[in-house]
Design a protein around this ligand. Structure first.
Ligand code: NAX
Ligand code: K
Length: 479
């Protein structure tokens, strides 16, 4: 499609959306030298015709040809070029799109700093100017947008954590890129994908076979807790319970058994001999009896030998928290010799301990490298969970809530993921481990989002979170 026609089409769609979001007002357009600036100028023209009071400002004196032509035409229509947009009710940011290739310098650096102090609603075209398209890092600085209208296909950077403080509400403006063209370039199963609700829901074992029994619905073993971190064991258990797993066994230090049994009456709580400081000292269990194991929350490093025992087993495994810290001491690459699937769920600190040489400039790349180096599925926790498998496929969960930034929230995820894993193994399901892992991450986040509706962002402690897991699925099932 001719570039000029593409720009016309895209900017028409952008204008329609801007009219919906901010009906008639005084609008200031920031124009860059490239085609992002060209888009902005077509938007300026369209809004002018729709009765908006439009002003244009560009810090550049040279433009790409198409952009220069649009600038000339906008001027011929009487749209004023001004030096300051502070009196506007809305700003459209068309300074840079995916063509930003280097650090921003003055005078544009100062301009962006200034715009960010204005407190005027701001819509960025394609991505907030200043963000690097793939990593989502600010190259020197970046526009803080109220809305980002991303064009055509999601830019990876918008889904990465560093971009979060800049993008505001992000939405996609579809402009009919033919699927065949996308497949021709990215393949039929593009390596980087954004998790959607429909996709995540499709991996849930929501319809149980009519003639099933508890052992067919998965047997999960949780190994967690210590005297010091008793709550971690409980939260992991509650996460496991919500997964719908058929049988839940929980191995904890002996002294924790009464507490767990009283809160999780349906679980089989296995009291283990403990060390002087109350960590699990010994695990006398036939691990082959379980479909999957989730190990780590609250163990302390005193239980490192238990982690080694679990790693040596041939059971599919979710490893979290102190399980990861123990693995870091053994070396993450030892996972390569494991005989069964492993899913690692580190937060950033644990990730750095496991992979001390990782380059975290681009988290997506770092997670992918970690999965390749360990042959495990690696789920990096954070505001935007990124998950990769050893084959290089990457998934990012785009919707979450800062309410989940809270102690114990990760333990819930471990239990939930373990429960889904056990069910998947028991059912010999065709759902891939990667799909199942992304479903757990999505589910966890959706429960948090639902909880915020009635509890506010302050009220989603990890225990409360577990009570929203099932209602969040029920709400999606109704839709
Ligand atoms: N598929 C496409 O190619 C489409 C592109 N479109 C628009 O075109 C944009 C990309 O256009 P361009 O490739 O022209 O790139 P941009 O408009 O993002 O900006 C590139 C311009 O900025 C300059 N520049 C780069 N880094 C700089 C820095 N640090 N300081 C100062 N100047 C710098 C470059 O020399 C170039 O002139 C997209 O983001 C989108 O808005 C749309 O028009 C429609 C479809
Ligand atoms: K932009």
């Amino acid at each position: 499609m001719p570039v000029a026609a593409l720009m016309e089409k895209v900017a028409g769609k952008l204008s329609d959306r801007i009219v919906q979001l901010y009906p008639a007002c005084k609008v200031g357009i920031l124009v860059g030298s490239g085609h992002n600036g060209g888009d902005a100028l077509v938007v300026a023209r369209e809004l002018h015709f729709r009765g908006y009071e439009v002003q244009v400002f560009s810090p550049f004196s040279r433009f790409k040809d198409l952009t220069a032509t649009h600038l000339q035409y906008a001027k011929s229509l009487g749209i004023p070029c001004v030096e300051d947009l502070q009196s506007c009710d809305l700003i459209i940011d068309g300074l840079f799109g995916f063509g930003l290739t280097r650090e921003i310098e003055d005078p544009i650096l100062s301009l962006i700093h200034q715009v960010n102090t204005w407190q005027i609603p701001l819509i960025s075209i394609d991505l907030p100017s200043g963000l690097e398209t793939d990593t989502g890092r600010a190259l020197g600085t970046a526009i803080r947008a109220t809305h980002t209208l991303c064009l055509g296909l999601w830019k990876l950077g918008l889904l990465q954590e560093p971009a979060l403080e800049f993008v505001g509400k992000a939405e996609l403006i579809d402009f009919d890129i033919p699927l065949a063209d996308i497949f021709a370039i990215l393949g039929e199963s593009p390596q980087n994908q954004r998790v959607t609700s429909t996709w995540a829901m499709s991996a849930l074992p929501l319809e149980r076979p009519a003639s099933t029994h508890k052992y067919k619905m998965g047997h999960l073993l949780l190994i967690c807790g210590s005297e010091r971190y008793a709550g971690g064991a409980l939260l992991t258990g509650l996460g496991g319970r919500a997964s719908g797993v058929g049988m839940l066994s929980i191995a904890v230090p002996n002294s924790l058994k009464p507490m767990l049994s009283s809160h999780l009456p349906e679980a089989l709580v296995i009291g283990c001999p403990e060390t002087e400081s109350g960590a699990i000292a010994q695990l006398d269990l036939d691990l082959t009896a379980f479909d999957a194991i989730a190990c780590g929350p609250g163990l302390t490093l005193e239980a490192a030998d238990i982690v080694r025992q679990v790693l040596d087993s041939d059971r599919p495994l979710v490893l979290d928290a102190d399980g990861l810290n123990a693995l870091a001491k053994l070396g993450a690459e030892t996972l390569k010799t494991r005989q069964a699937a492993t899913i690692l769920t580190p937060h950033l600190g644990e990730f750095k301990r496991l992979f001390p040489n990782a380059d975290l400039t681009c988290r997506a790349t770092a997670v992918r490298a970690a999965a390749a180096a360990t042959t495990a599925i690696v789920l990096l926790k954070g505001a935007r969970i990124a998950i990769a498998n050893p084959e290089g496929e990457l998934r990012i969960n785009p919707e979450s809530t800062p309410a989940l930034a809270r102690g114990g929230s990760g333990d819930v995820l471990t239990g939930l993921l373990g429960g889904l894993l056990a069910q998947q193994i028991a059912a010999q399901s065709q759902i891939s481990l990667l799909d199942m892992t992304q479903t757990a991450a999505w589910w966890h986040a959706q429960a948090g989002i639902l909880a915020v509706e009635t509890r506010t962002e302050l009220g989603v402690d990890a225990h409360t979170l577990t009570q929203f897991l099932i209602p969040s699925i029920a709400a999606h099932q109704k839709n």
